[in-house]
Write a protein that binds this ligand. Structure first.
Ligand SMILES: [Zn+2]
Length: 53
């Protein structure tokens, strides 16, 4: 199972998590901004897409 973190504004795939962990930990390397559109992301502004591989 993996989890895609997707920007809620532009739809860019920001990160892929192999396991569930804090969204804040995932976003920390990106300064909590989308690397594609630069939108500052709050936990309510992006989505996670869980996939079974
Ligand atoms: Zn974006």
């Amino acid at each position: 199972m993996s989890v895609d973190v997707v920007c809620g504004k532009c739809g860019a795939k920001i990160a892929n998590m192999r396991m569930l962990k804090s969204i804040k930990d995932v976003m920390r390397p990106y300064n909590s901004k989308c690397p594609s559109c630069g939108q500052t992301l709050s936990p309510s502004e992006f989505s996670v897409d869980v996939q079974k591989n």
